[in-house]
Design a protein around this ligand. Structure first.
Ligand code: ZN
Length: 242
């Protein structure tokens, strides 16, 4: 269908999904329809006085990655997992009917918005598939999302307890990821003395996760369920093709 997406990443603020999984999104976008849902506009921030500037930057970043972008108008800094937030995100899931969704692995030690975004994400996946609730979603029918995963960003706690973890090789897409983040001049470029050295962070994160998988740059993903995957056959296929 015309509104259908293959993959949707959910971002508390414009730039978080790029930090966590920008390389993977760019890679998937070569073959599939990929989008980011920003839960908030991310503003205010210390050095940006105009929310429109951040929106423009986020659209530039999306263009660099080859993806689309949807902005929900949930409140920045006071983002909360509540019925309104859950329904809003679930409604977009029903509209865009993604096969795979990727949310942030937010932890309470970092930004409260990040942690809340994860709670909203989990609930919205559930609300998206609930029957007899069409009246809450402008008559949109239920949509069952088959695969949900989580991306990791700098400042969050690295989880080693999730049942499923895997690394995606983004060596080819690393430069695109870097460019997409540098599009956020109001966040990362204009005030080097104060702002976090984002390029250093994503470089070291990428190399660190890459080193775990024997590749150059990687992005890590978590899953919360066991999956029915016969990786033995995949490995043998790759081995045999060498
Ligand atoms: Zn954020």
């Amino acid at each position: 269908m015309e509104n259908d997406f293959d993959v949707i990443a959910v971002s508390p603020h414009p730039d978080d999904a790029e930090i966590g999984c920008g390389g993977t999104l760019a890679q998937l976008a070569e073959e599939y329809r990929v989008g980011i849902i920003d839960l908030t506009n991310g503003e205010p921030t210390p050095f940006n006085d105009d929310p429109e500037i951040r929106i423009k930057e986020s659209l530039e970043a999306a263009e660099i990655l080859g993806i689309e972008r949807i902005l929900l108008d949930l409140p920045n800094r006071t983002l909360m997992d509540n019925i309104n937030s859950r329904l809003k995100l679930a409604k977009v899931f029903r509209q865009t009917r993604p096969k795979i969704v990727i949310g942030m692995q937010g932890t309470p030690q970092a930004s409260p918005d990040h942690y809340q975004s994860q709670l909203i994400f989990d609930a919205a996946i559930f609300y998206s598939r609930l029957s007899k609730w069409e009246h809450k979603f402008d008559d949109l029918p239920p949509w069952r999302i088959k695969h949900a995963f989580y991306y990791f960003t700098a400042r969050e706690m690295l989880s080693i307890t999730q049942p499923l973890q895997f690394i995606v090789d983004i060596t080819k897409e690393f430069e695109l990821k870097k460019q997409a983040l540098l599009a956020y001049k109001s966040q990362f470029r204009a005030h080097h003395s104060y702002n976090p050295p984002i390029v250093d962070w994503i470089e070291s994160m990428g190399l660190y996760f890459g080193s775990m998988a024997g590749i150059k740059y990687g992005e890590v993903f978590y899953g919360r369920k066991m999956l029915n995957l016969n990786l033995f056959k995949e490995f043998l296929k790759t081995e045999n093709s060498h």
